[in-house]
Design a protein around this ligand. Structure first.
Ligand SMILES: [Zn+2]
Length: 188
């Protein structure tokens, strides 16, 4: 028996199985269009996993004195729609119908300001540490659910942050196995 998805898990852009952690860092999309998926990585401090600082950063309440590397984060207003932690757990910060602030200066096929029409997924990780099996499983499942709800996001409109901000961003890095991800997306 197959288990192809037929109904949506989204309600007004919110994933019904994600832990909600509301970020004030969002605004309205200029158009309703949602047609691009951007994969990122993040860890705070860099290379440390399982800590609360990513939530705090996106919520706008990070204690910049908690680590010397955080001083650059002072006043930063960023967010993503989703975070997938090392254990595969899923957190959502911004409704997918709204514009989260993850891509920054960016360009996809000549079109700038990718935040306007993109959904951003952060993987807890770094450019050089392999992501976990649970992260790939959750990412594949989430991607399929997103594609069902936002059908303009075709396979060729799923990119890394590095692809839309080359020279400025490197995530999700060499540690991300695009071949595995794409294969799992088409085979499951
Ligand atoms: Zn990024």
């Amino acid at each position: 028996m197959t288990s192809k998805l037929t109904s949506t898990v989204f309600n007004q852009g919110w994933h019904c199985n994600a832990l909600q952690c509301l970020s004030p860092h969002f605004n309205q999309r200029p158009q309703a269009e949602v047609s691009l998926l951007v994969i990122h990585n993040i860890s705070l401090p860099a290379g440390c996993f399982g800590l609360p600082y990513i939530d705090d950063l996106f919520k706008g309440c990070i204690d910049v004195s908690a680590d010397p590397s955080f001083k650059d984060l002072q006043g930063l207003t960023v967010s993503a729609h989703f975070l997938i932690r090392r254990d595969g757990s899923l957190t959502q910060y911004v409704s997918c119908d709204d514009r989260a602030w993850h891509a920054g200066v960016s360009n996809f096929h000549g079109r700038e300001n990718c935040n306007d029409f993109a959904i951003g997924i952060e993987l807890e990780g770094t450019d050089d540490v392999a992501y976990t099996d649970k992260q790939y499983q959750q990412l594949v499942s989430l991607t399929q659910q997103i594609q069902l709800q936002y059908p303009m996001i075709s396979l060729d409109r799923i990119v890394g942050h590095c692809d839309i901000a080359p020279g400025r961003k490197t995530d999700p890095g060499d540690s991300f196995d695009w071949q595995r991800y794409r294969q799992d997306l088409t085979n499951s």
